[in-house]
Design a protein around this ligand. Structure first.
Ligand SMILES: Cc1cc2nc3c(=O)[nH]c(=O)nc-3n(C[C@H](O)[C@H](O)[C@H](O)COP(=O)(O)O)c2cc1C
Length: 202
């Protein structure tokens, strides 16, 4: 059976986005194999609004009790949850913006990180409900932050994935992309090689 990969892209720079270049490399390599099916969701092109009280309220109602507006609000999250559940591997292509993730990507996480759906609270703390999936993070950054205290992005992403139960997460970094052409080319080359290896292992 084919491995299904959901790739989330989140650069605001469209075809000039370096994280999109990493995502495209993944897609290109995956499409060259017949055992991987890729679904792409661009959370910038299909941007979600900030989560608000009306949408949260719609989740709290039984489907039969929702009015038309509440149904369409609840459908946002339901569509994304179904897409997540239908895939085996979650690939997140993420630029670093102001030391964090793009707010559009946070809006996606706000729709899939739902108590009672993807995790639940128990006496022993939260328990992830998403089983048997792994994640790959493709991280593009202008500077160099991996492994330093300034990198709050990777721990944040791993914590959100871990909360859902996705604990097998691999990070590919393309760092120092704004530190000169030579540096950028070397970082991208290394990241592409890492992506090729990961796709081969799927
Ligand atoms: C609004 C904005 C904020 C940024 N903040 C950071 C930052 O905090 N740290 C960093 O290393 N690079 C930062 N950068 C540089 C990006 O991480 C870098 O250009 C990377 O290639 C962005 O990925 P993208 O090209 O896929 O959008 C920032 C870029 C933009 C546009």
């Amino acid at each position: 059976m084919a491995t299904r990969a959901l790739i989330i892209t989140s650069s605001i720079l469209a075809e000039n986005g370096q994280s999109n270049a990493l995502a495209n490399r993944f897609i290109e390599q995956a499409n060259a194999r017949d055992n991987i099916e890729v679904t792409q969701r661009d959370v910038v092109k299909n941007a979600l609004p900030h989560l608000d009280i009306n949408e949260l309220g719609a989740w709290q109602l039984a489907a039969t009790e929702r009015n038309a507006e509440q149904q369409s609000l609840a459908a946002r999250s339901e569509t994304l949850l179904a897409e997540l559940r239908a895939n085996d591997v979650l690939v997140i292509a993420v630029p670093m913006y102001n030391l964090g993730i793009p707010s559009q990507l946070k809006a996606w996480f706000d729709r899939v990180l739902r108590a009672g759906e993807t995790f639940r609270y128990t006496e022993n703390g939260p328990q992830g409900l998403v089983e048997g999936k792994r994640a790959i993070i493709l991280a593009a950054r202008g500077g160099q932050y991996a492994g330093t205290e300034m990198d709050s992005q990777t721990p944040h992403l791993k914590a959100m994935l871990g909360l859902m139960g996705i604990k097998d997460t691999h990070v590919v970094y393309a760092e120092g992309l704004n530190m000169g052409e030579q540096h950028r080319d070397a970082a991208l080359k290394e990241a592409f090689q890492a992506i090729d290896q990961l796709v081969e292992g799927l």
